[in-house]
Design a protein around this ligand. Structure first.
Ligand code: SRM
Ligand code: SF4
Length: 534
């Protein structure tokens, strides 16, 4: 090879699968795959490409597939919720629904042969799962109280719908954005509490006044991964809250896609998120390239973001901006539904509210437009015994990824363990303030361990000569107006020791005290605090 000739750029195995055939090429072949039986379909289609339409093969439960929807901004209707409840109901105990950390819904236990009918149902109720996994733009997030929050600055509903339509070509699938170098997270905040976790999105729009005009400052490059946790950086750009924001999303996605190969993003998957491109180019060149793609200059950023509140969890009863109306946030333990409670939720949303059901990134739900004089009756409904408005302090603020029950990356089980430990500690301690515990089963950090007051990331450690389930401990994560990522403070705490270790942290750092019956001696508290070495 002559010296001047360029060596071919090496690409990673996922890129090879995509180069062979685009992920969206599975569209139109589902019936054929069903006829053949999923075991007989090419592995790369079943295990990789079908994720482009939201179908996830689960190696942990091979014959029970997961369906990841796209619920933009977490906004659902009662008929949609009911239709999804019907989908999982037929699978008995195997069927469940998870609210995800991106305000989304995933259904579990699905038999492959049922997908064609499920997609038909989704079409009928206006739901899509298009481009919800792999190297695509993931579920768009926004405030779960968009359009009803009395403190709201920008109603982002039209924008997220337009953005989703642009990215997925109105749910038909859009090849322009189906071959990104990696996943891509976009969020629009319209409120004042940074409910979207702007800091951990590849692209986040945050309200800001520029010369008296309300629009968005743009933050870019935030992400979490096993290799790196990076807070988003201010891009130094402001856009008005209209089509210009959507155009900016498209320009960034185009530049990211088109430069991926040349800039090495398609070589090593761990170094493929948007931030790696920004780091390589520097913010100035990054912005220049985006402006070149747009064919115009961008306005400089407003001096400050209008984020001035602590992050709300939206649980309980709250007045809406619409007079006489309220929204009510219900806690969904571990973010997991069964068919029965999905049906009950849909019924309540219609009977008491306007039929909207909103999913939150804390994996809970909000129902809206409940008149003042209906609140009391709603509070007596049986579902509210399970989905409480005021759960105990720790249980209230658990966030947890899928974990070992369904995820093959998982090092430990998370959801049930998180709930059990929170309940044990809630029973033992009075905890004066909210403590957000984020659980994640492996370093990918889908449960956003770095965002928690206390973050717990699955690992293994040795105890008494045996390998046992354990966690890495993160502390100091902040959300809302002064958001910052928490830091790793301890590696390898055996899960069986967690109640004691966490109890000590709650006492030492969060002002917890033993409940009266357990607190007959002060020394009990002291010895717990001493047991913690952080
Ligand atoms: Fe995630 C991969 C679940 C939010 C970072 N994530 C996975 C897979 C698809 C792995 C797999 O195939 O098994 C998990 C599916 C398990 C299952 O059966 O549910 C999975 N991620 C989830 C969900 C369901 C966790 C949850 O219980 O809520 C969330 C779905 C969101 C959605 O609706 O689209 C989920 N994942 C996140 C987040 C949080 C966020 O977006 O705020 C992150 C960290 C933020 C980020 O992406 O920057 C996240 N997931 C990852 C990564 C690491 C990405 C990276 O750049 O290295 C992986 C691994 C990968 O992509 O290779 C991953
Ligand atoms: Fe699976 Fe790990 Fe993500 Fe949890 S953090 S869902 S274990 S990939």
């Amino acid at each position: 090879m002559a010296d001047t000739e360029k060596k071919p750029i090496k690409i990673n195995p996922v890129e090879k699968v995509k180069a062979e055939k685009d992920g969206l090429d599975v569209i139109g072949h589902l019936e054929e795959y069903v006829e053949a039986g999923w075991e007989n379909v090419e592995k790369s289609d079943i295990q990789v490409r079908l994720k482009w339409i939201g179908i996830f093969f689960r190696p942990v439960t091979p014959n029970k597939f997961m369906l990841r929807l796209r619920v933009s901004g977490g906004l659902m209707t009662a008929p949609q919720m009911r239709a999804m409840a019907d989908v999982i109901q037929r699978y008995g105990d195997d069927g469940s629904g998870d609210i995800t950390t991106r305000q989304n819904l995933q259904l579990r236990g699905i038999r492959f042969e049922d997908f064609p009918a499920i997609f038909k149902t989704m079409d009928e109720v206006g739901l899509t799962s298009m481009q919800s996994g792999m190297d695509n733009v993931r579920n768009l997030t926004t405030s779960p109280v968009v359009g009803i929050d009395p403190d709201e600055l920008i109603d982002t509903r039209e924008l997220i719908q337009k953005t989703q339509d642009a990215i997925t070509d109105y749910g038909k699938g859009n090849r322009k954005y189906s071959n990104l170098p990696r996943k891509f997270n976009i969020a629009y905040e319209g409120g004042r509490d940074n409910s979207i976790h702007a800091e951990i999105n590849d692209l986040a729009f945050v309200p800001a006044y520029r010369e008296g005009v309300l629009g968005f400052n743009v933050h870019v490059g935030g992400y979490l991964s096993a290799q790196r946790a990076q807070e988003a950086l201010n891009m130094g750009v402001w856009v008005p809250p209209n089509d210009e924001a959507v155009e900016l999303c498209e320009a960034i996605l185009t530049v990211y896609t088109e430069n991926g190969l040349e800039e090495g993003l398609r070589t090593a998957r761990p170094k493929a998120r948007l931030f790696w491109l920004m780091e390589k180019w520097g913010m100035e060149l990054f912005r220049e390239r985006i402006e070149a793609e747009l064919g115009r200059s961008l306005l400089s950023a407003a001096p400050e973001d209008e984020i001035c509140q602590d992050k709300k969890d939206h649980l309980g009863v709250h007045p809406q901006k619409q007079e006489g109306m309220n929204y009510i946030g219900l806690h969904v333990p571990s973010g997991r539904f069964n068919a029965e409670n999905m049906h009950a939720l849909a019924d309540l949303a219609e009977a008491y509210g306007n039929g909207e059901i909103r999913l939150t990134v804390e994996q809970n739900v909000v129902i809206s437009f409940i008149p003042d004089d209906r609140i009391e009756a709603l509070m007596q409904e049986p579902l509210l015994q399970t989905f409480k408005t005021e759960p105990a302090t720790l249980e209230r603020s658990i966030v947890s990824c899928t974990g070992a029950s369904y995820c093959n990356f998982a090092i430990i089980e998370t959801k049930m363990r998180a709930l059990e430990i929170a309940r044990e500690l809630d029973a033992k301690y009075d905890i004066p303030e909210r403590v957000r515990m984020h659980w994640t089963g492996c370093p990918n950090s889908c449960g956003q361990a770095q965002a928690g007051d206390i973050g717990l990331m699955g690992t293994k450690t040795k105890k008494d000569g045996k390998s046992v389930d354990a966690v890495k401990l993160f502390l100091g994560g902040q959300v809302g107006k002064d958001a910052k990522l928490g830091e790793l403070v301890q590696k390898g705490i055996p899960c069986e020791d967690l109640p004691e270790v966490l109890g000590g942290i709650l006492v030492e750092k969060f002002g917890a005290t033993l409940k009266s019956q357990a607190a007959d001696s002060e020394s009990a508290q002291e010895s717990i605090a001493e047991a913690v070495s952080v």
